[in-house]
Design a protein around this ligand. Sequence first.
Ligand SMILES: CC(C)(COP(=O)(O)OP(=O)(O)OC[C@H]1O[C@@H](n2cnc3c(N)ncnc32)[C@H](O)[C@@H]1OP(=O)(O)O)[C@@H](O)C(=O)NCCC(=O)NCCS
Length: 165
Amino acid sequence: MSDIGYYQKWWREPMANYLDLGRTDVGLSQNAIADFKNQVKTRYIPGWFTIVLWDEFFEGKPVGYIRYRKVEWNKRRTEIAIRLGQDYWGQSIGQAAIGELLAYLFFEKGLEEAWLKVASFNQRAIRLYEKCGFIETGSFMDNDYPELTWKVMSIHKTKFARISP
Ligand SMILES: CC(C)(COP(=O)(O)OP(=O)(O)OC[C@H]1O[C@@H](n2cnc3c(N)ncnc32)[C@H](O)[C@@H]1OP(=O)(O)O)[C@@H](O)C(=O)NCCC(=O)NCCS
């Protein structure tokens, strides 16, 4: 949890919140931070795991996080999510990080499908997921904001194995 300071910084970036959560009215409450710490500490959500990206080029500074959660072992699938600090967008770090995480999930954890949800206006993220081999498998309207729709995107292990270098 020594990286929590970085997380708090990324969670305060308004543009990233907008792209990630599809809304601007979400603040970083103390409760949310406590909740996050508790989930990590107690592993309340099975399979919650955080990778902080490090790179010598960035002199060992964490540049973002990627995680998986809500593992459905019976279906061998899990949800993933990613966020980079705004300074690090557009440098293919997202693609590299997702590739690493998928290799870990499919070849070490024995999972067979990864899925995610993305705001349908978040073109950079959608392009990233398409580059990584995800395809759209569904969509739904946001509960609170009917004008906001979410895409569900998924990738199966067999496709990942086929397209990975
Ligand atoms: C989404 C995010 C993880 C992407 O990571 P990244 O390292 O910036 O992504 P990459 O550089 O690997 O790839 C982005 C791709 O989108 C393209 N792109 C950028 N802006 C775009 C736009 N407005 N429309 C379409 N494509 C766009 C880039 O050109 C690149 O594709 P290319 O390699 O074919 O040129 C990162 O930008 C981020 O953390 N954003 C804020 C939080 C967020 O949106 N999280 C995802 C929630 S689902």
